[in-house]
Design a protein around this ligand. Structure first.
Ligand code: NDP
Length: 288
């Protein structure tokens, strides 16, 4: 059976270290780091993620400047809010909770963030720095995936890594981060032919698809390391709802060497890396 890479435990450890650092920084520089999470509408999954992020901020001593807007909010109202937060010295990080309602232009809003406050690393400056291998704010979920691999002491250099999914939020940045660590990276997506043939050659398999339990044991190389980014709510035959990943956990655990569970794998690391990025931005402001 695969070793479970426990994201919850790693998140707890990293969040206590962040809280200790925040207490020291506050004592030295006179104010806590601040994070603003912008949420629009009432998508229940987004609301739950935002609540987790705010609770984690509170625990770490980071001030939360969360703002929740009705679905009727306009592009220009959001632009004004972003401009105010960009100019607010108490705010070190800003995160726009995605997805936004379709009438809003998410890319234009991401582009408007001050790059040094772009807590999810999605501004073109930060994505550009990732492409160039420079220091910058890095997207939280992919950065969390890399922390999980490091914690489990997975050797990445020279390994075949296959990333399923090519979103800006997860697939593309995680592929670049694996490449930076010298993996041989393949990205596959909905138009890929012979998907299983490619996934079954992966030493490291990252699933970021949004399709419940799509990756089955026959698609996985024996002893592969499997990171399941997917979060999908499904309802079983008895009408009970639960969260599952993109990987068939029971089947794949029997062939993989390491696997992340859902929940308790990548999810808690996304929140942790958000706190980490906020503190990094704060430090850069005071310590250059
Ligand atoms: P997107 O919908 O933006 O991207 C999904 C990707 O999967 C696309 O590139 C798509 O291909 C590809 N895909 C879809 N169907 C197939 C298929 N049948 N075969 C191969 N590839 C396919 O999703 P995100 O990247 O934003 O999120 C992916 C998953 O990760 C979701 O379940 C999401 O909830 C979860 N997530 C979890 C986070 C966490 O903290 N754990 C944070 C963020 C996301 P194409 O480009 O061709 O359409």
């Amino acid at each position: 059976m695969a070793v479970i890479i426990d994201g919850k435990a790693l998140a707890k450890k990293m969040q206590s270290a962040i809280a200790a650092e925040v207490a020291q920084l506050q004592a030295k520089y006179g104010r806590p780091p601040g994070l603003a999470v912008l949420m629009v509408g009432d998508n229940p999954a987004s609301a739950a993620y935002v609540k987790n992020k705010e609770t984690a901020c509170l625990r770490a001593g980071i001030t939360s400047f969360g703002k929740h807007f009705p679905a009727s909010v306009t592009q220009s109202e959001l632009e004004q809010v972003i401009d105010q937060l960009n100019a607010d010295d108490r705010v070190d990080g800003i995160l726009i909770q995605l997805p936004l309602p379709e009438n809003l232009d998410a890319i234009a809003l991401l582009n408007r963030l001050a790059p040094e406050k772009d807590a999810d690393g999605l501004h073109p400056n930060n994505l550009g720095k990732l492409v160039r291998g420079e220091d910058g704010l890095r997207s939280c979920t992919p950065a969390g995936v890399m922390e999980l691999l490091a914690e489990a002491k997975i050797d990445i250099a020279g390994k075949n890594a296959v990333v399923i999914g090519r979103s800006i939020l997860v697939g593309k940045p995680v592929a670049l981060m694996l490449l930076e660590k010298n993996a041989t990276v393949t990205i596959v997506h909905s138009r890929t032919k012979n998907l299983a043939e490619i996934t079954s050659k992966a030493d490291i398999l990252i699933a970021a698809i949004g399709r419940p339990e799509m990756i089955t044991a026959d698609m996985v190389k024996p002893d592969a390391v499997v990171i399941d980014v997917g979060i999908n709510r499904v309802t079983d035959d008895a009408g009970k709802s639960r969260l599952v990943g993109d990987v068939d956990y029971a089947g794949v655990s029997a062939v993989a060497s390491h696997i992340t569970p859902v929940p308790g794998g990548v999810g808690p690391m996304t929140v942790t890396m958000l706190l980490h990025n906020t503190v990094c931005s704060y430090r850069r402001k005071f310590i250059q």
